[in-house]
Design a protein around this ligand. Sequence first.
Ligand code: NAP
Length: 269
Amino acid sequence: MEKRELGRTGETIPVIGMGTWEMGDVQNDGRALEIQALRKGIELGMNMIDTAEMYGHGNAEKLVGQAVEGIRDDVFIATKVSPQHFGYDDVLKSCENSIRRLGVEHIDLYQLHWPSNQVPVEETMKAMEELVSRGKIRYIGVSNFSVAQTLRAREALPRSEIASNQVRYSLTHRSIESDILPFCEKEKLTVIAYSPLDTGKLPSGKIPKALLAKYALTPAQLMLNWVTYRDSVVAIPKASKVEHVEKNAAAITTRIADDDYEALCSVFD
Ligand code: NAP
């Protein structure tokens, strides 16, 4: 699996990782299958897992904890603190709770899930830097932040950088291309593309069949290949089925050519 640098951290992460929204809420067999899917993805090199304290009220983090048991050091774990916990003490507490549910010593990337209009980002980032200095988190990221919000958040971090902005990005949702994407490219923040498969609503009918045949890719694979075309972007598709995980891991084995990338852009303009 191809890797890319996370922001300016020197750390590399896989171009295709795994999301976990709506995972961890099923019981017994369903849960075992989800763990199996995550483990297969890790084995295939998609060893960045994205989760959040909010997903399944902690159940997704617990599932990730089970999936990485015994192989934690092989996995880059990203989770998120929810805006209602952006107060200084709440951030520290949320982080401890996530660490406990994940069953790990530290979180690799801790992200602010959404911007808050209740708590000043300066207060939240003070707590994030405290977590870095305590060794509880390694890197700080934001999610769903505009350029202006990212600039303000960055100002609030005297000792750390913002490594990434996790935002919605897919062939069918391209609004970040006007401002957030060029900003992240210029400032060297990684764009972590969420819902890269448009939550499973694949625009299969609209994707040229000739392109799928040329590269022997499924519509989902072509979407992942397209969304990670730029060096600044990594994607975190969610797949609870092993067969989907295998397809996703194979999506970027061959890169689509520049003219095919442009052709796809025009189809979805
Ligand atoms: P997504 O990854 O775009 O789509 C997930 C759907 O696609 C699932 O139904 C999955 O099916 C299906 N799928 C996966 N691989 C496939 C394949 N190869 N072929 C056909 N279908 C396939 O949607 P998402 O879950 O919204 O986004 C991904 C992750 O981004 C989330 O899980 C979460 O970690 C993160 N996220 C973050 C935010 C945020 O605010 N920061 C918001 C939304 C999502 P199965 O599950 O049945 O395999």
